[in-house]
Design a protein around this ligand. Sequence first.
Ligand code: DC
Length: 224
Amino acid sequence: MKEKTFIIAIDGYSSCGKSTLAKTLAVKLGFTFIDTGAMYRAVTLYFLKNEVDFEDKEALERALAEIDIHIQNKDGENRLFLNGKDVSVDIRQMYVSDRVSEVSALKEVREAMVRQQRELGERTNIVMDGRDIGTVVFPHADLKIFMTASPEVRTQRRYEELLQKGEKISLEEVAVNLKHRDNIDTTREVSPLKKAEDAVFLDNSKMSREEQLDFVLDLVKERM
Ligand code: DC
């Protein structure tokens, strides 16, 4: 019989360090890390590049059937391939960030992504981060974390990340984008961002990366 996999679900607001924590945790535990936000970004990139009118349900379904997403997980890093092409850098650009909440609010898109995410969790031990992992994708995850940080801290973190990547953007623009995404992510009809009842709350506004990792590793030890 197939052994049951161990699943760690990390949900929370944009830019509060979910992926950073998930990645280091996965490396430490020898688990596979899956960044589900990247999957929604890849779909958004495809829609924008191919000018898919996602208000048109038929066009939307047709486009979804054409999309093949493959995630390569190496040393905790995710490389995302969209129809065979590595788009890991492209999906982080601002024009994708500006539209991704809209695209990820579409029922058809969510169904397609959730299906793939569940398949990944059946195969191997994983740390998966996103918005609905503990509530929808894996309601029976072995450990659920709900992360947040103050809006100021999140804005500053995202701003520095984008500057490092060479994006020309102001702090104000980043703040507006984050607020806009928080709003859509928490109020959308399908799978809105919310804490699962049994998730452990983690506000990392004043925590170092090491402190966050130790906090979660203690929880993992308890549950393994
Ligand atoms: O984690 P991120 O900022 O890269 O995610 C990009 C967008 O995708 C975010 O605005 C919300 C959406 N998302 C989602 O709806 N469900 C997930 N499981 C992951 C991300």
